[in-house]
Design a binder for this molecule. Sequence first.
Ligand code: F6P
Length: 523
Amino acid sequence: MPQLTRSPAWQALAAHRGALASATIRDLFAHDVDRARRFCVEAAGLCFDYSKHRLTDETLRLLVALAEQADVGGWTRRMFAGEAINSSEGRAVLHVALRAGAGPFPAGGDVMPEVSGTLARMRAFADAVRSGDWRGATGELISDVVNIGIGGSDLGPRMVTRALRAYCAPRPRLHFVSNADPADLAAVLAALDPAHTLFIVTSKTFTTAETLSNAERARAWNRDALGERAAARHFVAVSANVPAATAFGISADAVFPMWDWVGGRYSLWSAVGLPIVLAVGFERFAEFLAGARAMDEHFREAPAHRNIPILMGLLGVWYTNFWGAQSHCVLPYAEDLRDLPAYLQQLEMESNGKRIDRDGNPVDYATAPVIWGAAGTNSQHSFHQLLHQGTLLVPSDFVLFRRGAEPAAAHAMLTANGLAQSAALMAGKDDPAAPHRALPGNQPSSTFLLPALDPRALGALIAAYEHKVFAQGVVWNINSFDQWGVEHGKVLARNLLPRILQGGEAHELDASTRALLARLRAG
Ligand code: F6P
């Protein structure tokens, strides 16, 4: 039996939630003139405003007590010390080492020589491609780079490369292919020239079916145009499985390493970030790592009530477990950050979408909510209606910027819209004469204010979300670093494939799936 819901800290929050039930956020502001100043933290270049929440000083005190009861501080020390906190796989969780800058790190087994050596290789390779020292098999410049990978081997570099578009060199252009559907690769290759195209096959395991089938298709495309021997100038890999990459035909010295102490969804700081380095150059990538490092330092050192990731995590627990919220919306007010919600879906839902606690017990409380969202202002003309007048409680994160790459007037318009939305969600609008026009308000939101959509601020923002997920996993007493549910789906698909291709009985399958298979075969 899990103890969490019977613990003193949990019970105190449950009682407090009852006491707060009738107070709106608007009321809380009316009785607390200093609220906007107090419920705001600046760290690592980011400003995190959490004043528009169903929260008082007492709520904060009780949430911090929950974090202390769960020993978030102790687990943080264990993670940074390189302990095998991914217990179901017996692995350390050391993505923080990838941006640590200098070693030795961690204290119990220095990984920094491997980290720095890999960063040096990434830099040398990216410099060579960008300068033209690395060319295709026929001597042509590399104009386009296609990253083939999925999940953590796709979403991070895809999101960051797009987010840092303003910093991208004109060459090489970056493309991302992930879907097992050949249409994904075909749509990208349609506009490319094999002589000018480099592929990065990114797969930690190098066993992922989607990635391997796309890589095979890419190799056939390259071979058909340039011949068998051209691959050496047009394919590199990022993987922890060098034998599998070499068996595919990529020489060992063209494989950039990954390690079992980095989870796929935490890996964009590693060689998985090679597309980012190719796009923006190593100096910018180093700034990106430095931004994350600054957030790591803040996370390790700041007390819980002034700690951005811990506050983010506790607010999520507050709404998920005490107010029944089942989703969390992310609204970046920058088109270039439009892929952030998709990236966070994997980070949060693959990490904390769990139902068995670290002690092997089924949980009797909710864990990760559904993460969703879109770039504002598009989101306003799509689903904000539900946020304003629907029946669901949906906490949101607004991401705004002090400066924009776009002209000042356009940036002001974006900012005005973001601020207007968070204000309206909180305050609502009374209209006794026309209830269909009234907005109840009291929808909570946090607002991140970043100096600009630059590498440093982006690194800090992503690291804040990573540590938020970690803090929540600690409170929920779950292992945030495995993904056995996903693994099961891969096995099932592998077993089903021959049934679709060759037919045959499938007695082990459920009746519904057997019937669907029969209908498929019937044409
Ligand atoms: O989606 C499951 C998963 O295992 C993710 O955790 C991972 O990021 C993705 O597949 C890709 O895995 P790989 O890098 O090994 O191809």
